[in-house]
Ligand binder design. Structure first.
Ligand code: SB9
Ligand code: NI
Length: 182
């Protein structure tokens, strides 16, 4: 099982590197890592398990957060109480994004950022993501609202970008009245 301490902290420079494209077939080790990521994210969103195993709640994770410099991400999205949609995307790419921008009202968080960060992170309200599933089959996902934000956050990780980079440090709430909050 993955532990919270296995997740790299923002001080680790690996989080600032660009992850490398993955080739198929996936190694057994990468498949195992993906399983562990999904398990962590799912358990972290179930209060009882999050408490028991001391997991920080999170909807998404990129391999680089575990120190693995490869372009794959996992997202576990709770669609209704106790029901989760799981997304595993290898070599993900945003192929289109809406002009409309939104932001998380309470601010974004990151499993690699262990401090309170205030400010608005503008994100496209809708994105289309293309990539490959674990078997190397091409997939396309249309995401909106919270799910779209998480896809953008995770794909940023693969490019060495943290959510804090998007916040205007002089005026963290600059876009409050321009973009829509969710
Ligand atoms: C919020 N959480 C995430 C993305 C966007 C907004 C509230 C994911 C947090 C987990 N994480 O660090 C993934 O990279
Ligand atoms: Ni993150």
């Amino acid at each position: 099982m993955l532990k919270t301490k296995d997740i790299l902290d923002e001080k680790n420079k690996l989080l600032r590197t660009i992850s490398e494209e993955v080739t198929f077939p996936l190694s057994d080790k990468d498949k195992k890592t993906i399983d562990l990521m999904v398990e962590y994210l799912t358990n972290s969103q179930i209060d009882e398990l999050a408490g028991k195993y001391n997991l920080r709640p999170g909807m998404g994770m990129a391999a680089i957060q575990l120190g693995i410099k490869k372009r794959y991400i996992t997202i576990v999205h709770e669609v209704e109480e106790g029901v989760f949609d799981t997304y595993i995307v290898i070599n993900p790419k945003i192929v289109s994004s809406s002009e409309e921008k939104i932001y998380v009202e309470d601010g974004e968080g990151c499993l690699s950022v262990n401090r309170e960060v205030i400010g608005i992170v503008p994100r496209s309200a809708r994105v289309t993501v293309e990539g490959f599933d674990i078997d190397g089959k091409k997939i396309r996902i249309r995401a909106r609202e919270e799910l779209a934000i998480v896809f953008q956050h995770e794909i940023d990780h693969l490019n060495g970008i943290l959510f804090t980079d998007h916040i205007d440090s002089k005026n963290p709430f600059k876009y409050q009245n321009i973009y829509r909050s969710i």
